[in-house]
Design a protein around this ligand. Structure first.
Ligand code: GLY
Length: 571
């Protein structure tokens, strides 16, 4: 990863913070039970089935990822990608498996622009041209081979069963498919699987995915070649190209999972471990917490607290727009996560007035959408997985290459197609000094993500968390991290009201119950513009291990229909 080398003072700071973090003694070494929180009870069950079969948290993560691909196709799938943040208990190894999609080798920076240089509406969102090269199948093979204890055949069993036998549609499925029905209707193979006579199915209807089960079985028998070569690859490429896409055999053959060093930071004695680029999540989270560590938030009134949190969000999302992209293509300043950099940002924050985003470089945008999935796993050896996976918008590109059952992502929309042109989440990329945007499209490049799978560890408690939600993922993980710092229970953290600022558009969006009338009035007085969100957002999944009391807890966001449980498993 091409990040600038750390300066000596920053290395010393990180080292002393780590010593401080590591000095908590007497904490339990093994949890009394395993815990899983995911967006679907059937995926949570799949994880426990694999733990009971003798698998570890990494095998369970394979089973949960594959099960979610079947039962929550709106959020993730074999046609998408994701980040699996791992903590291996035996040697404390922490690593992120980067299974993010890549741009096809024939991609160009201007592929979604018309002759006048303007983005063509929906070209990066709907259909075969919107799809990046999937990373999830390769990541599952890698995870099982490098970290698991069980054969892939066993860990994929629950997903294959669910694909063949079918699963009953729930309210979440219905709500998500409503967003994407036009795109799904345009793909006969997708419509045949996910719609009912071209319409939104009713709750309780059963979805069976025989082609997808066959692809999962090909992966069982042939490993990554079961997806990236042979008959499945031929069918994927033929389907994509017939529908106007640009995938080639080389795209699939060249796809590689990358192991990346997570981003670390400290906030009031809490060690943060989170997603590095090509996610913007970890860097933005650490930047915001560094800024906020300069305030005694709990001693401030609620209006000032929220104002300062919003000002931290504004600045981290601004840096996202300017500096962040695939680290294999752009150099990302390492200073962004340094406390000294945050001090500089903090010095320009006034406690009595909002800073208009227009006074910082950037361009206007709008926020919409919700997507993606997250799950958290802890096994009884103390291994942990925080995984956030995506096909981007609900049901991805809405396109299935015939004969594969694989719903393709529309992750290409996470690139910045043009400086200042907002993507589906209203996120923008900016080019400074007339240079190239960090998140411009290039062949083989990974689009910048907001997915923020995270571990929080204060030496006594370990939290494993994350959420879907597009651009708002990072601010949701920030708010949950601040809740963790205050104490309390995961059930309260996943339920707490949410608010968000992403630099542009220059406004705070908030859930209907997130701010009191007094807080809204107070924030307006400070110069903020506020807009109530039309619906509650996010689907956070948290597992907490309290090593002091040696108890485990798991919570699933009440906004989703997930399953969070703790269970003693056969060891
Ligand atoms: N597709 C959502 C993200 O990666 O941020």
């Amino acid at each position: 990863m091409r990040m600038r080398r750390m300066t000596k003072p920053s290395l010393i700071a990180v080292f002393s913070l780590f010593i401080c973090w590591a000095s908590f003694a007497g904490a339990a070494q093994r949890p009394p039970a395993a815990a899983i929180a995911s967006a679907h009870p059937l995926a949570t069950d799949a994880g426990f089935e694999i733990l009971n079969a003798g698998g570890n948290a990494f095998d369970a993560a394979v089973a949960i990822s594959a099960a979610l691909a079947v039962v929550e196709p709106s959020g993730s799938g074999l046609g998408g990608g994701g980040f699996w943040l791992l903590h291996r208990a035996e040697d404390n190894r922490e690593v992120m498996i980067d299974g993010r999609e890549r741009a096809p080798l024939a991609a160009t920076a201007t592929m979604y622009l018309d002759a006048n240089g303007e983005p063509v509406p929906r070209l990066s969102l709907d259909g075969a041209l919107a799809a990046g090269i999937p990373g999830t199948p390769a990541a599952l093979v890698h995870l099982a081979r490098e970290y698991g204890k069980l054969p892939l055949a066993r860990s994929l069993e629950p997903a294959i069963r669910l694909a063949r036998d079918g699963f009953a549609i729930d309210e979440h499925y219905r709500a998500m498919i409503g967003f994407r029905i036009t795109a799904l209707r345009a793909s006969p193979a997708a419509a045949a699987i996910f719609l009912h006579d071209g319409e939104v199915p009713t709750v309780g209807d059963v979805v069976r995915q025989t082609d997808l089960a066959n692809v999962l079985e090909a992966i069982v028998h042939e490993g990554r070649a079961g997806f990236y070569a042979g008959e499945v690859a031929d069918a994927l490429i033929a389907g994509v190209r017939t529908a106007g896409g640009i995938w080639s055999k080389d795209d699939l053959a060249d796809y590689k999972v990358i192991e990346r060093e997570p981003v670390h930071g400290m906030y009031r004695g809490i060690r943060i471990t989170s997603a590095p680029p090509p996610s913007s999540g970890g860097i933005a989270l650490v930047t915001m917490l560094n800024v906020l560590s300069g305030y005694e938030l709990d001693k401030l009134d609620p209006i000032t607290q929220r104002h300062l949190i919003v000002e931290a969000m504004r600045r981290a999302y601004r840096d996202r727009a300017i500096y962040l992209g695939d680290p294999d293509f752009v150099t990302i300043p390492s200073e962004l996560t340094e406390p000294a950099y945050a001090s500089g940002l903090r010095s320009a924050i006034r406690t009595d007035r909002a800073m208009p985003s227009a006074l910082l470089p950037g361009l206007p945008a709008e926020v919409t959408g919700t997507d993606t999935t997250h799950f958290s796993v802890l096994d009884e050896a103390g291994n942990r997985v925080a995984a956030t996976l995506s096909v981007n918008l609900p049901f991805g590109a809405g396109f299935v290459p015939p004969g594969t059952g694989v719903l393709l992502n529309n992750e290409m929309d996470d690139f910045s197609t043009k400086p200042g042109a907002p993507n589906a989440y209203g996120l923008i990329g900016s080019a400074i000094d007339g240079g190239t945007q960090a998140n411009a499209i290039a062949p083989g490049k990974r689009p910048l993500s907001s997915m923020t799978p995270t571990f929080l560890d204060d030496g006594k408690r370990v939290a494993i968390l994350g959420t879907p939600g597009g651009s708002r993922i990072i601010s949701m993980v920030l708010l949950a991290s601040l809740e963790f710092a205050r104490g309390g229970k995961p059930a309260d953290w996943v339920s707490a009201g949410r608010y968000h600022h992403q630099f542009f558009p220059d406004r705070i969006t908030y859930e209907p119950d997130a701010l009191t009338a007094e807080e809204i009035a107070g924030l307006k007085k400070l110069g903020h513009t506020l807009q109530v969100s039309d619906r509650r957002y996010g689907n956070m999944q948290i597992v907490l291990w309290n090593r002091e009391t040696n108890t485990v807890d798991a919570a699933s966001d009440p906004r989703g229909g997930g399953g969070a449980e703790t269970r003693a498993t056969a060891r």
